[in-house]
Design a protein. Sequence first.
Length: 302
Amino acid sequence: MAKLIKQTLFGTVNYIDKAVARLKEAAKMAEGLGIPVLYVADSGGKDSDVIIKLAEIAEVPYEVSHNHTTADHPITVKFIRKRKAELEAKGIKYTINKPRYKGEPTSMWKLIEEKGYPTRLMRYCCQLLKEGGGDGRYVVTGVRWAESSRRKTTRGIYETFTTEKKERIILTNDNEDTRRITESCYKRNKFVCNPIIDWTDEMVWEFHKIYNLSYNPLYDQGYERVGCIGCPMSNRRIKDFEEMPKYKEAYRRAGKRYYEKKREQFAEKYGWETFEDYWDWWISGKKNDNKMNELVLFEDEE
């Protein structure tokens, strides 16, 4: 199906065929590992739209999984439910995972009560709420180099995941045009394929246009990313809190409970005499996240 597209705006090499080939190769590798079905991770964003369609084009066996964070925008939640119904009608398994922490059900608010507000430098919420799942599976993601200049200059074609940087293995000598980043986490017996790793935003949106894909309505409302309400990486969180005060109050209630546990420590170290001091610091998004790093890291030591 992809080969019917003779010309794109991005050169003579068909980037769509390239991504399809990567997925087919991933499926072969997965089969060789005894993993019969690819695990496609759906965030609810534009890149996930693409990898789901690519899996269909590649005609590889796949299922789809979405991690519900409990702080997702209501429009994203509605969009995911609609996609789930559409794919299940086609016979594609679709799972919405509820978050868990230390073996128990959790939520953004419970995590804040225990760990404090997430910051730009310490986004524990992404690790615990969004990036879980897929252990023992061959996972397909919509991760792209264009999302991070550092990622593009430091990532290779094959990597092993490890907590120790000195033990990390990165190979970049693969001379096949159809091969790009494949990652492996031996600790969690997890393998990852990123078939659109080298796509630009323009390529993503062109693909949407070519296949007339549905996408999260938030993009039409000016959102550049469709992450959690209140995300410290978003430049819209104050506006979102104004439009959705229930989320703001949920963040405040959880943060206040955490603050009460740390009141003396906060007052002594940072001069935060009241919860409002803590809240104002967090909501300001000032680049002084190092204030909280030592606290979050200390609490994660177990």
